[in-house]
Structures are given as C-alpha cells and as structure tokens.
Design a protein around this ligand. Structure first.
Ligand SMILES: Nc1ncnc2c1ncn2[C@@H]1O[C@H](COP(=O)(O)OP(=O)(O)O)[C@@H](O)[C@H]1O
Ligand SMILES: O=C(CO)[C@@H](O)[C@H](O)COP(=O)(O)O
Length: 477
C-alpha cells in the first residue's frame, strides 16, 4: 500500500522550509527550503517565490498541505486582491508610538490584556494598521482586506477565493481578536484604523478543511509558526519551548488564556483549541551571527571561543538589544557590553558573554511565563540557534533547568504537516505521530554551576536596570 503523504510549510522570517511526511506515522520523506530577503518590510511576492522554490519537485503525490507562518505581519490587499504595500513584519518597530497610543486610548494595559489577551507592542498587527493610517493615509484608504503571512499563502494556494481563512492561533496575534471569546473585535480594529474595518479572514477550527488547490490537494487552516511548533512537539504539562530563530520565543500550552497586564506575556491561542502563553524577544539567533561577524569568525569557531571561556565570561555582561527589543518593550534600545577590564577583554569572553546575554533574555522570558502560573519542569530548545554547541552548553547553566534538545528538525513545518494530516483524516484528535526523539537531555546545573547561573542572571538584570530602567527580581518579572 502506498503511504498517504502530507506537506507542511514554515514561511518564517528568514526562509521557507517544507517537509513532506507519511500522514500515518509522521516520518519525513522529502524536504525543501528557500531563503527570504532580509529586512523588516517584505513584498509578499518574495514569500510566494520562496514557496515555489522550496516546493519544486517536492509535492508529488501529496494529498494535503498546511502552512505555518511568521506571526503578526501586516499583509494589505486592495479590492482587486493586489498587495497595497510591502508587508510590515513582526520585527519592524516603526509602530512603537502607535502601540503606546493605542494602549492609552483604549483603557490601558489591563483592559487590553483582558479584551484581546495582549498589550500592544510594535510587533502586533493592530499597531501596524494604526501606523499605516497615520503615515500612509493613501495606502490605508486602498486597503480592502488584511491578512497575516500564513493567511495570504493559504489564500493563494486556494486560488484567491472570495473568502480568505485563518485559524485561532494566528488570529490571536493580531490584537483585534479575543482568544477567550473566539471572536474578532471589529471595534478595536476600527478604532486603530481610522474608523474602517477591512475584510478579515474567517477563523477556521483546528482540523477544518480550508479548501483544495487547483490540482486537488486538501489545504488545512494553517497557523502561526509558534503554534505549529507546539503542535509538532506534543508538549506535556511542565514543558516550555524555547525557539531560537530570528525571534527568541518562550511558550507552553495551557488550558486557560493568559491576560498579563505587564505585557510581557501574550495570551495567544494554540492550534488545538487551547492557549499558548508566549514571550518573544527580538534578539536571538542573529545575536550569535552578529557576534561571530564582529569577531571575524564562522559560527563553529564562535562556539569554540565561547566554550573556551569560563561561565560568567570573566565578568562581562552583554545586553543583546541589537535590533531594539520587544520583551521587555524597549523598541529604541541598543545593545551594550558591561564590565570590560584589560584582563577580561578576550575574544573568548566576548563570545561567551554574547551567548550568555542572549540566553539571559530568554531566561527573563521564561520567568515571565512562569509568573503567569505555568509550572515549568523542563525546556525544549528548538530553532536554528539551538544547533549552536555553545547555546546547548550554556542554556542549562543560565536557565537553571533541565534542557532537552529534540532531534534537529523543522518543527514548525512538521506541525503544519500534522495539521494537514489531521484535516485529511477527519479524526477528533491530531494523528498520533512518532513524536520527537530527544537527542540530548542536559541536566539542571548543580553546585558551582548553579551559583554561576544565579550570578550571570543577576548581572544581566542589574545591567538592564542600570542601562534601561527595567527592574525585576530574579525569578520574578
Ligand atoms: N549552528 C548554528 N549556530 C548558531 N546559529 C545558527 C546555527 N545554525 C543556524 N543558526 C541560525 O539560525 C537562524 C535561522 O533559524 P530559524 O529557526 O530557521 O529562523 P527563522 O524561523 O527566524 O527564519 C539563522 O540566524 C542562523 O544563523
Ligand atoms: O512575533 C513572533 C511571535 O510572537 C515571532 O516568533 C514570529 O512568529 C517570527 O518567528 P521566527 O521566524 O523568528 O521563528
């Protein structure tokens, strides 16, 4: 009997990745990938081209496909379905003032967190729409429909039908959708967008069929990239995921939605009908590439340097805000290196401080997720940056928790494929795939390493407070 095949797509910040799997077991039989252009505003046509390149010769015999995509990006279409302007991505910070204004205008952080699960920061779609209305009114007037990156790709796969679709997970990242009530908030959208409410995609259920491609492939609802990764990883209670891609995200799956008035944790929905409390840092894998470039070495040599230094990097502390920051909300911040002396200013210590500083940002995110009531027993580390030997060695020390490194894989694409298999099979639960194989389990640090963990994190928090006035106690936020 020939296996039924399903495909999953990850249209993320830096690239499109595709996996084709056996629908029954999840075994990967083919893969493809293609890069995206750099920059925080991108013509969606580039994603369509990358999709075409990544799927070329890969989709033969595939019966169903699902698309996972970078969250929050603002794709604006006119009446004819043409893109109005390049999409503003989640990591574009130009709408920081709009985020502040919207927060103040609609009752403050507590009201936002309760109404739509999040407090506006520049990443969220609603703030980008406000920016567009204020700064490009002629473009804003032409907008007939607003989609997210995964919605747009799904809509194109379906032949650009009258009605576009999305899912609850990705919709929950817009700022005009309530994940607890499962409804759009057109009042919030209209307030942000000069009184107008462009057409929004219909929100499908977790295993709904969105439609079919022209050659008969079933298309599932798709979802945001972090939701897709959670679906692939089959998380257990006590599991938190840390994804080190362009963004550094920390999340878990919960039965109730988060409403964090501090704005650190966004109370997203997941791709199964539950919730996905998440913090996202703007500075993650690219801090490592920037560090390597600055030291004039490749990533392997950068890892070697970092691992040649002692934990604590001889007293150096790097605040990694190279692209501004989202968590904490410091869109205009820049990075800084603290504690330099003639003795500690070595390439090894600088490399180590770079990795430690990036991971400390994630540790602060983990604390914020815990503060929302998520008991975390272990961390699963995924994303491109999790392939770094230095990150793997340093993460358990800084996080102070056991860290599991699942077998290297494209978990977003895999989750999207699992969703496609779910829609294809029509069962009430997603198919029981083989699950992730743990490649490595790194133990919780003890003794001297535990002390180093506390010291590194405390120095990070102290430097953050001194440089940016953001105060937090260790283990709180
Ligand atoms: N061995 C490695 N060490 C450090 N960084 C790595 C390594 N392998 C990949 N990366 C980084 O991972 C990032 C890509 O990860 P990915 O999760 O695909 O990102 P995104 O989802 O944002 O597109 C790139 O910045 C790349 O430099
Ligand atoms: O904004 C968020 C989550 O809220 C980001 O996680 C984006 O979804 C992009 O993810 P990567 O492409 O960096 O993996």
């Amino acid at each position: 009997m020939t296996a039924e095949l399903v495909a999953g797509v990850d249209s993320s910040t830096q690239s499109t990745k595709v996996v084709v799997c056996d629908a029954r077991t999840g075994e990967i039989v083919r893969t493809g990938r293609a890069p995206h252009p750099d920059g925080t505003e991108v013509d969606p046509a580039a994603w369509a081209q990358a999709f075409a390149d990544a799927t070329r010769d890969v989709l033969d015999g595939v019966q169903a496909i699902g698309v996972g995509g970078q969250q929050h990006g603002m794709v604006t279409l006119d009446e004819a379905g043409e893109v109005v302007r390049p999409a503003l991505l989640w990591n574009d910070t130009r709408s920081a003032q709009a985020a502040k204004d919207l927060t103040d205008e609609l009752g403050g952080p507590g009201v936002w967190a309760k109404s739509v699960g999040l407090v506006p920061v520049a990443s969220f779609t609603v703030t980008k729409l406000r920016w567009l209305a204020e700064h490009e009114p002629e473009n804003a007037d032409r907008v007939a429909r607003v989609l997210l990156p995964h919605d747009w790709l799904t809509w194109r796969l379906l032949g650009q039908p009258e009605t576009a679709v999305t899912d609850r997970g990705d919709a929950s990242g817009t700022g005009y959708f309530s994940p607890t009530d499962n409804t759009y908030r057109p009042d919030v959208l209209a307030h942000a967008f000069g009184g107008r409410t462009p057409d929004l995609p219909t929100v499908l259920g977790p295993s709904d069929v969105a439609g079919h491609t022209s050659d008969g492939m079933l298309v599932s609802a798709g979802t945001g990239d972090n939701m897709a990764a959670a679906l692939a990883l089959e998380l257990a209670p006590g599991d938190a995921v840390i994804s080190i891609g362009t963004s550094g995200t920390v999340f878990g799956v919960t039965e109730t939605g988060a409403a964090d008035a501090s704005g650190l944790v966004a109370g997203f929905a997941d791709a199964t009908g539950r919730f996905l409390p998440l913090t996202a840092a703007l500075n993650a894998a690219r801090v490592l590439t920037a560090g390597a470039a600055m030291l004039g070495v490749d990533l392997a040599e950068f890892d070697r340097l970092a691992l040649a230094a002692e934990p604590g990097a001889g007293g150096l502390t790097l605040l990694p805000y190279l692209d501004g920051e989202r968590t904490p909300n410091l869109p205009g911040a820049t990075g800084s290196l603290h504690g330099l002396t003639r003795a500690n200013m070595t390439p090894e210590n600088v490399a180590r401080a770079t990795v430690e500083g990036m991971v400390c940002g994630l540790a602060a995110g983990l604390d914020a997720v815990r503060a929302q009531g998520m008991a975390v027993k272990r961390v699963l580390l995924i994303g491109g940056g999790a392939q770094s030997a230095a990150v793997r060695a340093i993460a358990p020390i800084v996080l102070g928790l056991p860290v599991v490194i699942p077998e290297v894989g494209e978990y977003v694409a895999l989750g999207a494929a699992r969703q496609a298999a779910w829609a294809l099979g029509g069962a009430t639960e997603p198919p029981a795939w083989a699950g992730t194989k743990n490649q490595l389990v790194l133990g919780e640090p003890a003794g001297a390493l535990r002390a180093a963990s506390i010291e590194i994190q405390q120095r990070h928090l102290d430097a953050r407070e001194a440089a940016h006035g953001v105060s937090a106690k260790l283990g709180e936020d």
